[in-house]
Design a binder for this molecule. Structure first.
Ligand SMILES: [Zn+2]
Ligand SMILES: [Zn+2]
Length: 329
């Protein structure tokens, strides 16, 4: 009996191993299936946070001051039940660990971020999303011509609860790999269609292949009228803010930055919309240092530019954070 079952057991085991290897290469999703496991997360103390930033003595004074300006950043709080850190085991990524990971960086050959719409966009305005991206990362961001999702070889399904059509992310990523422009740092497809990464999953906001430098992100669940999206009267501004957060957060992953567990930070994981709403639109010192390594722009260059763009697109409170830093530097 055992002999007959052995090939079955082996194939089941290989399937599990392959699935996890696959999931490892396809990282970068902010939110995913409903997690039920609870983890005890203790917010790191001041010493651990300082260690995560790393040795700063030999940095240029401006960057050193920006990293050590403690009043600008809030240490991460204890997660509530259902929050990302209560449901996902995250060990964090210090600056030293980031350096060791030898992640992708823009270079002279590959330095443009491409946004590829898979649907017609009115809200959020793609042009404004691109301005935020360009300003935040200091990399030229171009919008490619519409490539309708319906015309692609992408599997879809109807979600049993929302009754909305969902598209399979892995199929979309396969298409994107063949469309990567030669001078692209990365190619990010954006869609108003809800996404799922595998049959067993409820939904996913986005998924990326960091090695292949492609990703796909959906704003479907931020739309007024989508179940759980919130009050339609204030939905437009909220939808834009959430979409910018998603895009900038996911792009941080494209630079090899893993979820931040040290401060309230753009790179915090987020398990539900209310949590997304509390994520700020700036980097903490640990992630700021990583971003500086990816593109060495000093805050005196970066911050006024981001403040101006955020103000222009109506992200007033977020613009104020950067304006304050420019004043107090
Ligand atoms: Zn993420
Ligand atoms: Zn951070």
């Amino acid at each position: 009996m055992l002999k007959r079952l052995r090939p079955l057991i082996y194939s089941a085991l290989s399937f599990i191993v392959l699935f996890y290897m696959f999931a490892f290469f396809l990282s970068g999703s902010t939110e995913n299936r409903f997690a039920t496991v609870q983890f005890d997360f203790t917010p790191p103390d001041a010493k651990t946070r300082t260690q995560a930033i790393g040795y700063t003595k030999n940095l240029v004074p401006e960057l050193k001051n920006a990293l050590e300006n403690d009043s600008a950043f809030e240490p991460i709080a204890m997660p509530r039940s259902g929050d990302w850190l209560a449901t996902h085991k995250e060990t964090g990524q210090t600056y030293a660990q980031y350096l060791k990971s030898n992640s992708n960086r823009p270079d002279r050959r590959r330095n443009i971020i491409y946004l590829l719409p898979l649907d017609k966009f009115q809200n959020p305005a793609l042009k404004d999303l691109a301005s935020c991206m360009e300003s935040f990362y200091g990399l030229k961001t171009e919008i490619l011509s519409l490539m309708p999702i319906q015309g692609l070889a992408v599997k879809t399904r109807i979600h049993p609860q929302t009754q909305q059509r969902q598209a399979l992310t892995t199929d979309i990523l396969s298409v994107l790999k063949t469309r990567l422009p030669t001078n692209a740092y990365c190619l990010l497809a954006v869609t108003m269609t809800d996404l799922y990464p595998a049959e067993s999953w409820n939904f996913v906001f986005g998924q990326a292949s960091l090695q292949q430098r492609v990703g796909v992100y959906s704003f479907a669940r931020y739309q007024p009228g989508f179940p759980g999206a919130g009050d339609p009267d204030t939905a437009k501004a909220r939808m834009f803010r959430r979409s910018v957060k998603t895009l900038l957060h996911e792009t941080a992953h494209m630079f090899g930055m893993q979820h931040c567990i040290y401060y309230n930070c753009l790179v915090n994981g987020s398990n539900h919309l209310q949590e997304t709403d509390t994520v700020p639109l700036h980097f903490c010192p640990v992630c700021l240092r990583k971003a500086f390594r990816a593109n060495p722009e000093l805050p005196s260059v970066r911050y006024p530019r981001i403040a101006a763009t955020f103000r222009e697109v109506g992200l007033t409170a977020e613009a104020e954070w950067f304006e304050e830093r420019v004043k107090t530097k």
